[in-house]
Design a protein around this ligand. Structure first.
Ligand code: ATP
Length: 484
């Protein structure tokens, strides 16, 4: 059997559309750039990932509690957090096509092209220049100088006719209330979920009987007016984050940071992601965000290259101190045992749900040639699979349908299953392979005699004969014992 892994994002984009994982938003109107809708299979996959995260970050932890904060927040939150002033990307406009690009990304793509051509020395030299932007004249000016010196052309129009590089704030703004048009009434769509946790830190501390170290976990939408948003669900303008802020005593932060980084990599592996496709990329000290003392990306090898799926940050006491300063409310913690007072440090784990979904799809994708026939199969962990079992009568006959429908009904209580009687059995298997369904159950005439059915396994296509009464436990064991 020959196996091909994923080599381009286009294949996932087209499978996502044809099988109902992910659709372009408002497609019938030509689509809305960088916004996507999850279809029937996609929503199941996304929810399964979500519940794995929630379980790992709250249910099995005795000192992490959940939260669901609103998207709208008081505008002062974003002043305190530094987002109004500093949440910018450097952008540059192509004067001919009027398209806007992120200046640093244009340079990164240019470096990639040079590297692909084999000129590693030149690529390394440019990467070094890019890594040190902001240290010569200023960030925008340094980026502009590289684009000019390298004569980097516009990817779409091919023109070399650029504006200056300018900073562009990524927060979406709107007006709050029915009659407001004043600047005073400006409200932002949150660009990260973390601030909802910080402003509720005191509420949780006062009500949840937690003691430091403890964490608050949250899943929710975030919005960023990204300049470059052309990589499917990798970079969207509306996306979902799963974040956990872990409050620790200053001085223990380095150790907790290392612990969470290791814990989070294991979580990705437990999703069935192959270890060789995951790596950690620490941020160099001079590139740390304004709030961070240490930071690392957990990166996945997407078909577009190694890219961040999750960020682990040591945010120090920056956020709590700033909220204390801007709100006038105390954010300190009183340690009863040692009779001391301090503002906790925060270790943050922040993973994108959409990027995780994309990672799962990419990692699972295989094209296989089996005895002269091709199949596309998503070999994802069965616990994530949108449909756990496909149920088929061998042919369209009322007796077979009756038994198959009974099995469907029995399994529906515990599993998402799908009944299908259209087309040949081979076609039905292929459809479920493409959807990542780990088990297919076929009901034939022998089953009418002895209540047995055929169960076929997605990964190796082996078939077993089992009793219909055993199906729920066979599926449960198959999910538990799965290995990538
Ligand atoms: P990048 O450098 O790729 O823009 P970031 O460093 O700005 O990402 P964080 O602010 O650390 O990202 O956000 C935490 C996580 O949220 C990221 O690891 C990513 O998974 C997700 N995320 C951030 N921006 C987007 C986006 N525009 N679309 C989808 N997911 C995103």
């Amino acid at each position: 059997m020959s196996v091909t892994h994923l080599d381009s994002l286009d294949k996932i984009v087209s499978l996502s559309k044809s099988r109902g994982f992910i659709f372009q938003s408002s497609e019938i109107y030509g689509g809305l750039a960088a916004v996507y809708d999850y279809g029937p299979l996609g929503v199941e996959l996304k929810r399964n990932i979500q519940s794995e995260w929630w379980k790992a970050m709250t249910q099995v932890q005795d000192n992490i509690v959940g939260l669901d904060a609103a998207i709208f927040m008081h505008p002062k939150v974003w002043e305190a957090s530094g987002h109004v002033e500093g949440f910018n990307d450097p952008m540059i406009d192509d004067k001919q096509s009027k398209k806007r690009y992120r200046a640093d990304m244009l340079i990164e793509q240019h470096i990639l092209r040079i590297r692909d051509k084999g000129d590693t020395g030149k690529a390394d030299q440019l990467q070094q220049l890019l890594n040190t932007t902001g240290t010569r004249k200023g960030l925008c000016e340094d980026l502009y100088d590289i684009i000019m010196a390298e004569e980097i052309k516009s990817p779409d129009s091919g023109a070399f006719d650029w504006t200056e590089v300018r900073q562009f704030n990524l927060m979406f703004k709107t007006h709050y209330g029915a009659v407001s048009k004043d600047d005073d009434d400006i409200i932002y769509l949150r660009p990260e979920t973390a601030q909802g946790i910080f402003v509720n830190y005191k509420n949780v501390l006062d009500t949840a009987r937690v003691q430091i170290p403890f964490g608050i976990a949250q899943i929710g939408k975030a919005f960023r007016n990204e300049v470059v948003a052309r990589q499917f669900v990798f970079r969207m303008r509306e996306f979902e984050q799963m974040e956990m802020q872990y409050f620790v005593e200053p001085g223990t932060d380095d150790e907790e940071y290392d612990k969470w980084l290791a814990t989070r990599i294991e979580w990705h592996k437990a999703l069935g992601i192959r270890g060789e496709n995951l790596r950690v990329s620490p941020h160099p000290e001079d590139k740390l965000a304004h709030y961070a003392r240490a930071a690392a990306d957990i990166q996945y090898k997407y078909p577009i290259g190694w890219q961040e799926v999750e960020g682990i940050h040591n945010r120090t006491d920056f956020d709590l101190s700033r909220h204390s300063e801007f709100s006038g409310k105390k954010m300190e913690y009183f340690d009863q045992k040692d009779q001391k007072r301090y503002t906790p440090y925060v270790i943050e784990t922040s993973v994108g749900l959409d990027r995780t979904t994309l990672m799962v799809l990419c990692d699972a994708y295989r094209e296989e040639e089996v005895e002269g026939e091709n199949r596309t199969v998503l070999k994802m962990h069965p616990k994530l699979a949108p449909t756990k079992a496909g149920i088929f009568p061998l042919i369209k006959k009322p007796e077979l349908r009756e038994l198959a429908k009974k099995i469907e009904l029995d399994l529906r209580d515990d599993y998402t299953v799908m009944y299908d009687e259209a087309g040949s059995i081979g076609k039905r298997y292929r459809r479920q392979d493409e959807a990542g369904t780990p088990f297919c159950i076929t009901v034939d005439f022998d089953g009418l005699e002895d209540n047995s059915v055929t169960i076929r396994y997605r990964d190796n296509m082996k078939q077993d004969r089992v009793s219909a009464d055993q199906l729920a436990s066979v599926i449960r064991d198959g999910i538990k014992s799965w290995k990538s």
